[in-house]
Design a protein around this ligand. Sequence first.
Ligand code: MF3
Ligand code: CO
Length: 259
Amino acid sequence: MIPIKTNEEIKIMREGGLILAKIIDQLIEEVVSGISTFDLEILARQLIKEYKVESAFFGYLPDTSSGSNQIGYPAVLCASVNNEVVHAIPSKTKILRPGDIVGLDCGIKYKGFYSDMSKTVGVGKIFPEAKKLIKITEEALMRGIKKIKDGIHLGDISEEIQNYAEQNGFSVVRDLTGHGVGRKLHEPPVVFNYGVKDTGPILESGMILAIEPMVNAGGSDVKELANRWTIVTADGSLSAHFEHTVLVTKRGSEILTQK
Ligand code: MF3
Ligand code: CO
């Protein structure tokens, strides 16, 4: 069952989404050569405190972790550099250098409801290929979002994202997905970044989705590092990630994580 939000819940998620958009944008403004990804974590913690919201990520354990030795996520921010796809734990020894690309992913809880957002940016001057990867990933997200309205199939979004990334010579990660979001960080449905139109559940207004293409410059395969969190590309190629929390409406959609 995909939860349908009431107008009151949507109002809360609109406010929470706006706060998260401000947090992500303030973090992006601080991205500069010479800082560590842990410096960004510190700033994210300050902003979360200032806006009087809670971290959605700190201590997070996936439902699938029971019986595994995985630890709760130890930070409020994921800061994934270059070949790191998602879920890279901020580190004092991970120093950003010119030419790097960094994906900043943050989630908050506000008045009982979650929002989830990510953006990827370059550090200083980056190679044209990296610039293209970032642009195409963001455009894939926006094109997927433009498909949304009451009555479409979820697969319509997935197919659009996959086609756009692949037409541009890149590949989409298949082992990780977007998701519904609301009273929990991860709710049904699973939002694949690949698929076939006219398949999957039919969207209805009031559903809220976190859509998050992860696009690799090389192959689609990924692997998990020994810390049980960080996901990297199997072939070492660059990866970019963009994510918005989006409301399905009668005529289209509304991006909640936007200023
Ligand atoms: N945006 C990521 C996701 O939806 C965040 C994962 S939660 C974390 O999967 F705690 F692992 F960061
Ligand atoms: Co997410």
